[in-house]
Ligand binder design. Structure first.
Ligand code: PLP
Length: 395
């Protein structure tokens, strides 16, 4: 006997993974150069040199026990201090080592934070378009999942629709900016309007509604776009951060939860995150990766390659007639499917070995996602296929 719901989760593969694996198979048949795989959000620029130097320096240390040993569950104090100091200096906002809990990336940070908020009848909101894993993270960690429909004109947060979705059971709302899949960065004005609403509703309900700020793309912004530091706008913020994208380390599994002192019950809530992590099997985040994060707390990625890909794809696709909000961050484009049905459009593209992700799982079935963390050369080779597909739709 085993759990049917876990079996279902383990066997219902995501459509992104399906496309990616299809691409690998097709490459064997038609040749790698004839497959245009825009499915995965796997960083395509190498980790910065400072990161690679930090890894090799640590691995070559004489006292390997201090590099590879268990650490305290929240992480090494010195590593948390280095990250806290960087956040304090960058955002002019006090963050202390005691506000931080290292995790194995953003996914465990989110699941622990959700679990920590999962009081009886708890509800967690996500704003479409959203990262599809939010649904299982919430539904299998003791809360109900509710979706705020997208504002498909701008992909900013539709604050009036958030208000309509809030109930006295709402414990948190996940805010992901820069956003996967739209690449949109929520503006300061938009976030301030959300903060005003949540402040009013928290008072009305008699308990704080937390923002879960899912920020793996915080450093991935273009044209000087601002990613406001959310705790400075709304106190009851739980940051779930990851180095997967910013330092190109997705396989190394390192990130953190940060709950600043201004959040209601901040220290108790961080203790609940520790408890939730414990039952989810967290012992500590990898010691080596914590120390790399500490040494590289002030290292930022070189985004030139992503920016070039973004501009090339956006300019070409819009010139062919595709509609798309220009992304200011992350490494995705979220494009309106010609003909309106993104699943049908993606199926047609797949027949030409162009792999794009239909937006149904992101909460927007009329859009498809293109990952721009790919080789520039592949983008150039794929453009005629994009052009043919839209011209055939218009005929
Ligand atoms: N949140 C968003 C919006 C993501 O896109 C991802 C990964 O793609 C994650 C969370 C999970 O990131 P991590 O690799 O740090 O677990």
């Amino acid at each position: 006997m085993f759990s049917q719901s876990m079996y279902t989760l383990g066997t219902n593969r995501s459509c992104i993974r399906d496309l990616f694996e299809y691409g690998l198979q097709q490459a064997q048949t038609v040749g790698k150069e004839n497959v245009f795989d825009f499915s995965l959000g796997n960083p395509s620029i190498p980790a910065p040199n400072a990161v690679r130097d930090a890894f090799s320096g640590l691995i070559e240390r004489e006292d390997s026990l201090s590099v590879h040993g268990y650490t305290p569950a929240p992480g090494l104090f010195d590593a948390r201090s280095a990250v806290a100091d960087d956040l304090t200096d960058r955002f002019g906002f006090p963050i202390h080592p005691e506000n931080l809990f290292f995790t194995c990336g953003a996914a465990p940070a989110l699941t622990a934070a959700i679990r920590a908020l999962a009081v009886e009848n708890a509800e967690i909101l996500a704003i479409a378009p959203f990262f599809p894993e939010y649904r299982p993270f919430v539904e299998h960690n003791g809360a109900a999942f509710a979706v705020v429909p997208a504002d498909t004109d701008t992909f900013q947060i539709p604050v009036a629709d958030v208000e309509a979705a809030l109930t006295p059971h709402t414990q948190g709302i996940i805010v992901n900016s820069p956003n996967n899949p739209s690449g949109v960065v929520y503006t300061r004005g938009n976030l301030s309007a959300l903060a005003a609403l949540l402040t009013r509703k928290s008072q009305e309900y008699g308990h704080p509604i937390y923002i879960l700020a899912d920020e793996p793309y915080r450093e991935l912004v273009y044209d000087g776009a601002e990613v406001p530091f959310l705790p400075a706008i709304y106190p009851h913020t739980i940051i779930c951060y990851s180095y997967s994208k910013s330092l190109s380390l997705p396989g190394e599994r390192i990130g953190y939860v940060c709950i600043p002192d201004c959040a209601a019950d901040s220290r108790e809530l961080l203790a609940a995150v520790a408890g939730a992590s414990r039952i989810l099997g967290h012992v500590c985040a990898p010691s080596l990766q914590q120390q790399v994060a500490a040494q590289c707390a002030r290292v930022r990625p070189d985004l030139e390659a992503y920016d070039r890909n973004r501009r090339t794809l956006y300019d070409a696709l819009t010139s062919y007639g595709y509609a798309c909000v220009k992304p200011d961050g992350a490494f995705y484009l979220f494009v309106k499917a010609p003909g309106g049905d993104a699943q049908a459009f993606s199926d047609r593209a797949k027949k030409r070995n162009l792999l794009i992700v239909p937006g149904g799982d992101f909460g927007c079935p009329d859009f498809f996602r293109i990952s721009t963390c790919v080789s520039h050369d592949m983008i150039l080779r794929s453009l005629p296929v994009f052009q043919q597909l839209i011209s055939e739709t218009q005929v």
